[in-house]
Design a binder for this molecule. Structure first.
Ligand code: URA
Length: 194
């Protein structure tokens, strides 16, 4: 079985188990993830928007273009990372995902990470960040990685601002890019201390 096969089975299971069935009823499709399933870096956003719902891929609208720009600044492309969301169906009218929706998807997100086994998980925005780090204060904690334990798994998690917050704010844009540029050194530092 390839990593992609395992992710495809997990997606089938989400559909079969009617996870967030109300959201599923209002959405075009499940947006499982995109990129390299064997990547060292996994980005986790909040939930699909209109473009993502239509195309079946995360971060393909304006936030996605900024994400691509951020990757390019580090000499990377989307095919070098894996991108997903906590909640994998579009909430109606792009409202924020509800706590119960994040809770329902959480065990599937954990299994998705256990399949991919990334070196670092990068959360985008407070919904995703505070799911891993409950006491998160994004203005204080952005760019700082820490180890997070879930059952028998341990993930290195770096919270970043959400690209949508940075879209029209030049200084926040640069903060996001600068934080992202530290990722290789962060991975190396944690590997040395492991
Ligand atoms: N914002 C998100 O959090 N996720 C997407 O997939 C698109 C926009």
């Amino acid at each position: 079985m390839t990593t992609q096969n395992l992710l495809d089975s997990l997606a089938a299971e989400i559909i079969e188990h009617h996870v967030c069935s109300e959201l599923a009823d209002g959405a075009t499709q499940l947006v499982m993830g995109d990129g390299n399933p064997d990547a060292d870096i996994v980005f986790i956003g909040e939930a699909p928007g209109k473009n993502e719902d239509e195309q079946g891929k995360p971060f393909v609208g304006a936030s996605g273009r900024f994400l691509n720009e951020m990757l390019a600044a580090a000499g990377m492309q989307r095919k070098d990372v894996y991108i997903t969301n906590i909640v994998k169906y579009r909430p109606p009218n792009n409202r924020d995902p509800l706590p119960g929706e994040k809770r329902e998807f959480w065990p599937y997100l954990m299994r998705q990470l256990e399949i991919i086994k990334p070196k670092v998980v990068i959360t985008l925005g407070r919904h995703s960040g505070s799911a891993f780090i409950p006491e998160l204060q994004i203005s204080r904690d952005h760019g700082h990685a820490r180890k997070v334990q879930y059952h028998d798994s341990e993930f290195l998690v770096m919270p970043l601002y959400h690209p949508a917050a940075a879209l029209y704010n030049g200084s926040m844009r640069q903060v996001l890019i600068d934080d992202f540029l530290t990722v290789p050194a962060t991975i190396a530092a944690f590997e040395t201390n492991a």
